[in-house]
Structure formats: structure tokens, C-alpha cells
Design a protein around this ligand. Structure first.
Ligand SMILES: C[S@@+](CC[C@H](N)C(=O)[O-])C[C@H]1O[C@@H](n2cnc3c(N)ncnc32)[C@H](O)[C@@H]1O
Length: 199
């Protein structure tokens, strides 16, 4: 929600893990209410009129836009995470609306334009991991250089992210991922050309 993504734009999470970010994007994209697919303890409370829940579910169903076309992809280097993300997507009721692929971030390329990349990569906080993670940030910067119409949003606690990625962020926003102090590094892509008036 802190990005400029709109449901009609392509969306990629290169570090999808269990799929949280692409799944949330798909739910937002089709305006599906959070928790629509689950039950709540209060549904069993005898003093609570079950009509309240029935009405809330009907309202949520009316507001959902299942016809909204979405182009959402989640990638991860680890094929086990890709399988888990697929299972979670089905569990969330999204079926195969999201495409999940096993892929390294450095291999991501696309001819699509004006998309949005959102990711929560490894931070390299554990001893011995830092160098490899920083190398991966460099490879990511190289791969995304070609995608100049795309906007990129990366969350990391690495204070030197911009240096490794190879580009100063358009904007930075302080965030906490649990107790870890992180930043959302924002790289805004080129804007689409304006359509001439009257055409
Ligand atoms: C912090 S986790 C992401 C958590 C995710 N947002 C979720 O909902 O589970 C980082 C993920 O990046 C993946 N990863 C690490 N190096 C990668 C690389 N070079 N290319 C793509 N994915 C990578 C890991 O396998 C891991 O699943």
C-alpha cells in the first residue's frame, strides 16, 4: 500500500518466500476483504446474532471485483518456498491467479512496462551472510537497470543498500519489520507518456 501499484499494472515480488506480498497484492487488486476466506471465533458466540456475519459476508462479496484482471508474479530462488507460496495462494482462495516461479533475482527480465517490483530480500544480518547478500544486491541493481519504466520498492535493514544496488533511492521510508529497523527504498520508474487530448 506504500507503493504506486494499481491493479492494472504488472507486479513482481522477486523474493516471495511464502507468498505474503503477492497474495496481499491480489486481495487488494480484486478488493477482497481481509479474512474473507476464514472463520472467526465470534461466529460461535451465542449472544451474537449470526445475521451480522451473514450481512458482512454478503457486503464483502458484493464489493469484491473478481473480474479485475491481474498480472502478479512471485519468484524465489528456493523451489520449496515456491511450492509453499502456491499452496498459500490456493488456501487464500486465489487459485492460480498469481504466477509463482523458481528464479534468482539476477535472472529477472521482462518486456512489460510500467510495472512495480516489491520485495523483502534477505538483510544479511546473520554472521557470514553479509557479503553474499551485498553481492546479490549488486546483481539485482544490474538486472533492474534495464527496467527503467518500472518502480522498485525494497525493504532492508542494510544501511548501505543504495551503494550496493548502485543507485540512490528516489525516497526512503523508515519501517520496522518486527523489531528490525529497516527502510523501504523507493525507486520511482518513468511515467507513461500522456495521451494527447481529444484522441
Ligand atoms: C525475507 S524472505 C521473504 C519473505 C516473504 N516476504 C514471505 O512472505 O515469506 C527472503 C526470501 O528471498 C529468497 N532469496 C534469497 N536469495 C535470493 C535470490 N538471489 N533470488 C531470489 N530469491 C532469493 C529466500 O529464499 C527467501 O525466501
Amino acid at each position: 500500500m506504500l507503493t504506486n501499484w494499481k491493479p492494472d499494472k504488472p507486479f513482481i515480488d522477486p523474493f516471495c518466500g511464502s507468498g505474503t506480498i503477492p497474495i496481499e497484492a491480489a486481495l487488494i487488486g480484486q478488493n477482497i476483504a481481509p479474512g474473507f476466506n476464514r472463520e472467526f471465533v465470534s461466529e460461535t458466540w451465542s449472544w451474537m446474532d449470526s445475521k451480522v456475519w451473514d450481512e458482512a459476508r454478503i457486503e464483502a462479496e458484493d464489493l469484491a471485483d473478481y473480474d479485475q484482471y491481474l498480472d502478479i508474479t512471485g519468484c524465489d530462488i528456493d523451489h520449496r518456498m515456491v511450492d509453499i507460496a502456491k499452496a498459500n495462494s490456493f488456501e487464500a482462495g486465489l487459485g492460480d491467479l498469481i504466477e509463482f516461479k523458481q528464479m534468482q533475482v539476477r535472472d529477472i527480465s521482462t518486456r512489460k512496462e510500467y510495472g512495480v517490483i516489491v520485495g523483502n530480500p534477505p538483510y544479511g544480518e546473520r554472521l557470514g551472510e553479509k557479503k553474499a547478500v551485498e553481492q546479490m544486491y549488486r546483481e539485482m541493481g544490474q538486472a533492474f537497470k534495464k527496467l527503467d519504466t518500472w518502480s522498485v520498492y525494497m525493504i532492508t535493514s542494510n544501511p548501505d543498500f543504495e551503494q550496493h544496488y548502485g543507485k540512490p533511492a528516489t525516497k526512503k521510508r523508515k519501517l520496522f519489520n518486527g523489531f528490525i529497523r529497516a527502510d523501504l527504498y523507493q525507486y520511482w520508474g518513468k511515467r507513461p507518456p500522456r495521451q494527447p487530448q481529444g484522441e
